[in-house]
Write a protein of this length. Structure first.
Length: 364
């Protein structure tokens, strides 16, 4: 499938990152030529850090304050006229995410769409993560694919039969894996977001000794389905912290605990992914994307299983596109236009949908 050259202004405000990008994309859906003409991102991490998580209304206020500034910056970087830029459409995240935060991006996108008389394309944030792997490579993304999407709000295995044809074949029944990283970090007195912190400490433990004596359960690893559960793992961490009765300032204990958690969480993700690859039997590409894809231990372990499947190639996003950003939203919009998504044919007012899930029915 080929789509013609498109200049897309993309906006992302689903969680704690305000982001805007201007892209020029051209060519085949499986191998598009993506040029980033402008890109601005402002993280609210420092504001949310003291609460140990993201506060929706605080996130909304920050998006409202920062989005106009980032829009200006992006257009300026691209050398575009701020009053009437040369774009074909505006892409905006419509869900999933925090609804008050999503509304900020949607309202701005629709206002600009009217002002400039350009269509506004609602994009699923998880489709953004999935197609973030199209950037930075000249290799075609061969279908069918399996996508392991791991972020702060989601943990799911998606059978990607083709562009526009998705089926969720496994998902978490409670916490997302990123959320479990964040909560475990909080229990260990580490700042938000916890993923990079846990990962750093776990590495120190591995450098110090070969074996970690702390053993944690691998929830649902033997279940027949492809679902996950991470809330029990988090409780197990809490129980260990209490029962070991080690002081908060015991840095070696913290490192070992972080490692035990990371080992358990990643082992379950990797094992279920292997099971899905075996079950589907026809997969050509394994996509691993979302914020937790930044985890070094995950990428190392995933590479090991990919070696067991010689016909499967692994695609992970470049660092710039791993955690939330607007570039991936622009790419997902390009795919949506390319497959001629029904939802684009009649421009109706876009709604923020906090629980939007990845499916062709819901319009990607
Ligand atoms: O995709 P993302 O930026 O936002 C959501 O859509 O949720 O993912 C954020 C999540 C957070 O939970 C964060 O702790 C986690 O990704 N994360 C990591 C790492 N870097 C970010 N988790 C594990 N290891 C990392 N290196
Ligand atoms: Zn995300």
């Amino acid at each position: 499938m080929i789509s013609s050259l498109m200049r897309i202004l993309a906006i992302e405000t689903s969680c704690d990152e305000t982001a805007v990008a201007l892209l020029e994309i051209n060519g085949a859906l499986e191998k598009p030529d993506i040029k980033i003409l402008g890109n601005s991102l402002l993280s609210q991490i420092q504001l949310h850090e003291k609460y140990g998580g993201v506060y929706p209304n605080l996130a909304k206020r920050e998006h409202e304050k920062n989005l106009p500034i980032l829009l200006e910056q992006t257009l300026e970087e691209a050398g575009e006229d701020k009053e009437s830029p040369n774009i074909d459409c505006i892409a905006v995240t419509a869900g999933p995410g925090l609804e008050p935060a999503l509304w900020v991006g949607i309202t701005v996108a629709e206002t600009l769409g009217k002002k400039w008389n350009k269509p506004v394309i609602p994009v699923n944030h998880m489709a953004g993560h999935m197609f973030s792997v199209l950037y930075g490579t000249y290799e075609a993304l061969v279908m069918p694919a399996l996508a392991l999407l791991v972020s702060g709000g989601h943990t799911e295995l998606v059978y990607v039969k083709d562009f526009g044809d998705y089926e969720i074949i496994g998902k978490t029944r409670d916490d997302a894996v990123g959320e479990a990283f964040d909560k475990t970090a909080r229990m260990l007195g580490l700042p938000y977001p916890g993923g990079p912190q846990i990962s750093r400490l776990a590495q120190l433990s591995r450098e110090r000794k070969e074996e970690d004596e702390i053993k944690l359960p691998r929830p649902m690893i033997h279940s027949k389905d492809l679902d996950f559960s991470f809330s029990g793992l988090k409780t197990a961490v809490l129980y260990k912290i209490k029962s070991e009765n080690r002081s908060d300032s015991d840095s070696e204990f913290k490192e070992d605990m972080a490692r035990a958690f990371e080992d358990a969480a990643i082992e379950v993700l990797v094992e279920k992914t292997r099971r899905a690859l075996e079950k589907l039997d026809n997969i050509k590409t394994l996509i691993v994307a979302g914020g937790v894809a930044a985890n070094l231990h995950l990428s190392q372990e995933i590479k090991k299983i990919v070696n067991e499947f010689p016909d499967i190639s692994l695609r992970m996003p470049t660092k710039l596109l791993t955690t939330d950003n607007a570039i991936m939203i622009g790419i997902a919009a390009f795919i949506k236009i390319g497959i001629g998504s029904e939802i684009l044919k009649n421009q109706i007012a876009i709604k923020a949908r906090g629980n939007l899930s990845i499916s062709p029915v819901q319009g990607l």
